[in-house]
Design a protein around this ligand. Sequence first.
Ligand SMILES: Cc1cc2nc3c(=O)[nH]c(=O)nc-3n(C[C@H](O)[C@H](O)[C@H](O)COP(=O)(O)OP(=O)(O)OC[C@H]3O[C@@H](n4cnc5c(N)ncnc54)[C@H](O)[C@@H]3O)c2cc1C
Ligand SMILES: NC(=O)c1ccc[n+]([C@@H]2O[C@H](COP(=O)([O-])OP(=O)(O)OC[C@H]3O[C@@H](n4cnc5c(N)ncnc54)[C@H](O)[C@@H]3O)[C@@H](O)[C@H]2O)c1
Length: 469
Amino acid sequence: MDVLIIGAGPAGLAAAMRAAILGARTTLVTRAEYGGMAANDGPVPVRTLAHAARLMREVRQCHRYGIETGTPRLDYDHLLGRVREVVDDVREHSILREQLEDLGVTVREKAGTARFLDEHTLETESGQRLRADRFIICAGGISRPLPVPGAELTATHSDAWSLTQVPPSLLVVGGGATGVQLASVFNAFGSRVQLFEAGPGILRTEDGDVAVAVRAALREAGIDVREGFGTIDSFERTRDGVRMNFTHAGAQERAEAALAVVAIGWAADVAGLNLAAAGVETSARGFIAVDDQLRTSAHHIFAAGDVTGRRMLVPPAMQDGFVAATNAVLDTHLTSEYSVNPIASFTDPEYAQVGLTEAEARETHDVIVAMVRCDSATRTIIDGRTTGFCKLVVDRSGTVLGCHIVGERAAETAQAAAIAIAARMRVAELARVPFSFPTYTGMLGRAAAVAAHQLNQQVGWQENPLDGA
Ligand SMILES: Cc1cc2nc3c(=O)[nH]c(=O)nc-3n(C[C@H](O)[C@H](O)[C@H](O)COP(=O)(O)OP(=O)(O)OC[C@H]3O[C@@H](n4cnc5c(N)ncnc54)[C@H](O)[C@@H]3O)c2cc1C
Ligand SMILES: NC(=O)c1ccc[n+]([C@@H]2O[C@H](COP(=O)([O-])OP(=O)(O)OC[C@H]3O[C@@H](n4cnc5c(N)ncnc54)[C@H](O)[C@@H]3O)[C@@H](O)[C@H]2O)c1
């Protein structure tokens, strides 16, 4: 059987690997560089910028520990060189290239945009015609454009790679994961940042306490966070950059900056695919419509990852790729469900989540909540990182439902909570896990002990821990 996969991001790589392991003759075709948006334009390069921002934070607090360094100065051009180095290294070493080639997958990169000619034929922009029995569309997404006059004067996160210097001022539109990360990173680099969120609050998919704490930290760091700011009317060019005209409570207002970046969400990258020729339908939101087995409206064509608009993250994209390839090659009926889905974001402070938010949990469960604050834990005090908390949401029966963290190393601590939730551990069992002292993850053990105590459950010596964190 010939299987053709469109898009070499996480979904496409996982699908190609699975199809080849199952014995299909597998071709992976992608527009530009191998690795997709994830490796070339999303988490990997953005995380590299975030690491630079973290290093600047570290340098700024050196004096508290008796180390004199002076004010850190960023050479943005040099940083972009480091970003390119990291991206190349990741592409070459950490995203399955060698394994795919060993399995005999044909990788056609830099092929330009591929489009369907009919149900079984694809043509690439570079002029190759490829036929297959089964297709898996893993084309990912693009930044959703703002439908207002002057939108062409705005940038997206991708434009960060072509800036020659840090903009002195930045206007970020959209307070989701992308917008908040850009605001935090460029603020650390010295830009004067205004963050505009149209909804009532930033980070609407996070636990309420997380959104409140991150908002407070961003403001404390000097970012002007405007929530429920109204509606954007237009953008226009100014002598030094761009002006955003908007209406708020019936009044005209405006904001100016050297650069405006739009991060108002993600749309499917399907415009060039000529889906109609293959009989593939899209949903009202413009994503490829799939059933829970990732089959599209065309029986022999599957879709996986961001292009389906389900969970737009790397691990679910890879899971989707695996499921779609299995069903495509073996005609099985595996479903792709994301039961435990840890998510983290690399702002200052970091935030992370796994499982249900408190509000979600209260809709269906009788819950208790335990919170340990970073200013009351030993490791965070040692490191001078006392902003934030670790919060556990627990069903009264003792089942851990969710964990929400703000603060240093939040992403790693959430990972330990994810293991507990995936293993269906009771909160008292989690509290009995020995955590080394003093660690960031120890805060999770302590929150578990607090929760177990509220539920009158015995946890042994950890019950009244000196600290454990
Ligand atoms: C700024 C940012 C930061 C993020 N940070 C994180 C994070 O920290 N953790 C996390 O889990 N997720 C993160 N995400 C989300 C994550 O990057 C995506 O969920 C993931 O990349 C989706 O993988 P994918 O394989 O579906 O698509 P992509 O990675 O988008 O890959 C799709 C590929 O298909 C190619 N393609 C599209 N159309 C065609 C065509 N017609 N012909 C040929 N090729 C085509 C594209 O060029 C692209 O290379 C972030 C996203 C952004 C924007
Ligand atoms: N884990 C990570 O670190 C990470 C980072 C970036 C993106 N991602 C993933 O990528 C996807 C896209 O993220 P995103 O942040 O681009 O989108 P998003 O949909 O998560 O957030 C967009 C935000 O923009 C706001 N908005 C919409 N229209 C607006 C307007 N006209 N003016 C001002 N604000 C407006 C929305 O209310 C929302 O808060 C998400 O699903 C996310 O999971 C993850």
